[in-house]
Each structure stands twice: as C-alpha cells, then as structure tokens.
Design a protein around this ligand. Structure first.
Ligand SMILES: NC(=O)c1ccc[n+]([C@@H]2O[C@H](COP(=O)([O-])OP(=O)(O)OC[C@H]3O[C@@H](n4cnc5c(N)ncnc54)[C@H](O)[C@@H]3O)[C@@H](O)[C@H]2O)c1
Ligand SMILES: [Zn+2]
Ligand SMILES: [Zn+2]
Length: 469
C-alpha cells in the first residue's frame, strides 16, 4: 500500500441522502451495517460491491475510506492512488447491481462518483454529521443515563475509531455516573472502559494497517509516554493520564475514539465478549496478584467476588494460591466455589476474620468490595508478613484504621493497586486464549443500562454484564 495513503482517510467518502436512506433500510433489513468495496475499474459511475457487514473478506490492498451509517467503505489502494485520491460520493440510480451485491431497493443500485469537480452533476451529499451512533450518556451525576443519538466521532491525530462489539459494565462506571469519588467526571460524558471491537478508521499519523484489527479500549486512555512512570513500565501511574469513560468519552456507545498507543490488540482466540471483562476486571485483578507477589501454597483471601473477584479467584489459583472467597451473596460464593475457591465465607452470616484465621490466616488479602468494612476485615485476617491489596474504591476518600505497632511488628504491607499496564493486559489475553481462565458474563443491550446498574448494585448480576451491539 502506498505510504501516502496510510493516514487520515476517514471521511473521504460521503453519501447522498437517497443513498443514506437505502443504506439504513438495508441495515434494518439485515440487522447489520452494510459494507461497500470498490475493487476494480474506474470507480466514477460504476457500482461498488455491497454486503451486509462481515460477509466479505477484505484483501490486503483494500483500504477503508470512511464510515457510512455504521458500515464501512473500502477501495483498492492502487485504484485510489491512480484516481488521485479524490473524495467519493455514494449515490443510487436505476439498475441492477453487478455480481451478488445487494440492491439499493426499488430497482436501484448503488453507484460511486468522484466528487470533484462535478458539483452540477451531483445532488447534495450528506455531511459527516449525519453519521450517528447510539450512546449511553451521563447528563447529570446521580441521574439515570440517557440513550442519545450522537455523531460518530472522527479519530483525531494519533487516534483510532473503534466499532464496539462488546462493552463491559465495571462498577467504576457506576461510581463515575454517581460522582462517588473525590475527583469527579464532568457531564455530559459517555462512561465505559471495557470496550472491544475492530478499528474502523485511523487518524493522522496512525498506520492504516490497524483498520479491521480488533482492539480493547482500557481505563488508561492515554499516558505521556515520557515521565519516569511511563518509561519504567508503570504508565498506570502517569500523572498526565486520561481515563476512558471518565475524563474522556468511553465505550458505552456504538463507536469510540481512543489513543492508538493505548489500545491493546485482542488475539484471535479471545472473543470480543470475553475480552471486554478482561480489559478491566481481568487486568486489574491479574495485576493485584502480581503486586502481592503471591507464591504457591500461600492463602489469598478475595473480598468481593463480583466482576473483578471472579477473575481474582482464578489468577490466585493460577499462581498456586489457596483461595478464600468472601462475599455477601450466596450465588456469588457458589460461583467462586465452582471457579476453584478452596474456602467460601458469607460475610453476612459469618465473621470472615474468624473463618480465615481458622483456615490458617491470609498471606494476601485482596479487597474488591466497595465497602470500608471489608478492608478492615481483610487487614485483620492477615498473617505475619501479610499483604493487603486495596483495589475496590468505596465512595469519597474512605479510610481504615491501620494500627502502627501491629503493622510494624507483623511486617504487614498495605498496597494500593490501580488497573494494569498494556503489557499486563496482553498477558491476560494470552492466558485466556490458552484456556487458563473463564469469563462469566451475561449480555445486555445498551438501552438496558439503567436496569443493568441496578442489577450490579443489588448484587443480582452473576459476575459481569456486557453490552453487546
Ligand atoms: N483499583 C482499580 O484499578 C479498580 C479497577 C476496577 C474496579 N475497581 C473498583 O473495584 C470495585 C469492584 O468492582 P466490580 O466491578 O468487581 O464490582 P461488583 O459490584 O461486580 O463486585 C463487588 C462485589 O463485592 C461484594 N461485596 C459488597 N460488599 C461486600 C462486603 N462488605 N464484603 C464482601 N463482599 C462485598 C458484592 O456482593 C459484589 O459481589 C469497585 O469499587 C470498582 O470501582 C478498581
Ligand atoms: Zn473498571
Ligand atoms: Zn507519563
């Protein structure tokens, strides 16, 4: 592919109003966005191939020119170069499409035209603003989210546009929408930081080779890349970071833009549905186990076996730990048991400190419940040399009592752990592709977002909920 074509192609194709109507009708009829491919001859006045998305395998030389009503338009790169890289307009006219392409309805076929210089020949074409997406938007902190139709964002320099296939609901999104924490997000914003799907378009400076590749958009939306944290493999501590679905719009939408350097490729062996929860719940608990330096035969107590916890149990076992799972919901404890927890404790009916001490005490306690009480209990369940890993984020800036004398004499460590790096996420995906972990998740539609928040808050979700598109 000629180098000059690699960047900034998004938006180089538009559609007339009649073509937009036809594309939307086809999308409704097939339940999928429509894909266009212009692969031979001169495209001015000829018809592109047209399929319901996903039915056509693109060749290496097919580059994407833009997004039309959620579908994509591709053209052979050599042909595009030969034409002088014009802006194209998709229209409809009477006739039958070539090959096995879809018709545009009512005896019409799609035709591609070169926009310039023939304004007089062309009907008015729709501006980019007509490309709309559904998104769940926090309009006011603490109020239900609104489903809105918004313009599909254009990827800016260094960014990619991702078409969401799956987007996980992390408890953090609920904290965000409620404004629970000391640093609050500014409405209106789109939450979500477990977004997975193919790259649809790239902005300036980003290789077009990324188009079509599946990627995950994590919490770490971008980091400076040059500070001491960034250059030492701790970009999650960068002071100039932005956070997906918090300080910038996130993944509760049909499309999202993200920093090309922050997204992580999803390997073939991992479905988008599974990749979504791994993108935060997975990487966060994987990192928590890493920073705790768990070694085989140590006891790891996991407080809170929800979205994060069901994966924490599995990573603790992967490194050889004995696992105690603590929760308030019998169903969650049942799941933890199925996933290999050696001991389960219902903190509503039993004192977890006593139960864990009976089993020999915890060498590591990882707290994933958004409840200060669970942190206190976790601290008190530790053995000498124990490590308390704080991951859950209760509202405000809650604190616990850490008695100095006991902490010193018992050699206890208190560790804060925030998500994981891109490398950690790549490792999480590799483990999953190799069959070492199981994601427990249930699909939801984006318009069920408010009920889904309630399900998580009431402890009714089995583990993770994932919006599918
Ligand atoms: N540090 C990080 O990087 C990071 C990353 C992601 C999420 N989080 C935070 O982690 C927390 C958990 O997120 P999630 O998506 O897994 O939420 P979740 O709601 O799916 O899971 C929380 C679990 O804790 C249980 N629980 C509640 N109170 C408890 C108690 N007193 N004792 C024992 N269990 C209790 C609930 O029943 C539930 O199963 C949230 O506060 C979230 O913001 C932190
Ligand atoms: Zn999260
Ligand atoms: Zn940095």
């Amino acid at each position: 592919m000629p180098a000059t074509l690699k960047n900034g192609n998004a938006g180089r194709v538009t559609a007339t109003r009649a073509a937009h109507r036809a594309i939307k009708a086809l999308r409704a009829a097939h339940g999928r966005p429509v894909m266009f491919v212009q692969s031979g001859g001169c495209c001015d006045g000829s018809d592109p191939m047209c399929f319901p998305g996903g039915e056509f395998a693109l060749g290496d030389g097919d580059m994407m020119l833009g997004v039309l009503d959620g579908g994509t338009f591709h053209i052979d790169a050599d042909l595009y170069e030969a034409l002088g890289r014009p802006r194209l307009v998709l229209d409809v006219e009477e006739g039958t499409p070539g090959g096995f392409s879809l018709a545009a309805g009512d005896g019409l076929r799609f035709v591609t035209r070169i926009e310039e210089p023939a304004e007089s020949r062309l009907p008015a074409y729709s501006p980019v603003e007509e490309l709309i997406m559904k998104a769940a938007v926090v309009t006011h902190l603490g109020k239900p989210l609104e489903i809105q139709e918004l313009p599909v964002p254009e990827p800016g320099p260094g960014q990619v546009l991702v078409r969401m296939e799956a987007s996980g609901l992390c408890h953090t999104d609920i904290h965000a929408a409620h404004g629970d924490w000391p640093v609050k997000p500014q409405p209106p914003f789109i939450p979500g930081h477990e977004g997975v799907g193919p790259v649809q378009a790239v902005g300036e400076g980003v290789s077009a080779d990324l188009v079509g590749k599946r990627v995950a958009i994590p919490w770490l939306g971008s980091s400076c890349g040059t500070c001491r944290h960034c250059v030492s493999g701790w970009e999650t501590l960068c002071e100039s970071q932005v956070n997906s679905g918090y300080s910038v719009d996130g993944c509760y939408a049909e499309y999202a833009v993200a920093d090309a350097g922050a997204v992580v490729p999803v390997p073939e062996g991992v479905s988008s549905f599974d990749a979504a929860p791994l993108t935060c719940a997975g990487v966060t608990t994987y990192k928590a186990i890493k920073v705790a330096h768990v070694v085989p035969a140590e006891r790891v107590a996991v407080f809170g076996v929800g979205g994060l916890g069901h994966l924490a149990v599995q990573y603790a076992r992967l490194v050889g730990g004995f696992v105690t799972a603590v929760d308030l919901e019998p169903d969650k404890l049942g799941l933890a048991h199925k996933l290999g927890a050696d001991q389960i404790v219902n903190a509503r009916t039993h004192d977890p400190v006593e139960e864990i001490k009976k089993a020999g005490g915890a060498d590591v306690a990882i707290v994933l419940a958004a409840s200060p009480k669970a942190f206190e209990q976790a601290y008190r369940s530790l053995n000498r040399g124990g490590r308390l890993v704080m991951v859950g984020l209760p509202a405000d800036n809650a604190s616990i009592n850490v008695p100095i004398f006991e902490t010193v004499l018992s050699g206890i460590s208190v560790i804060g752990s925030i998500v994981g790096t891109r490398q950690d996420l790549a490792e999480v995906f590799a483990l999953h592709a190799a069959g070492r972990t199981q994601v427990i998740a249930e699909p939801r539609r984006l318009d069920q977002v408010n009920e889904s928040f309630d399900e998580v808050l009431d402890g009714r979700a089995e583990a993770r909920l994932v919006f599918e598109f």
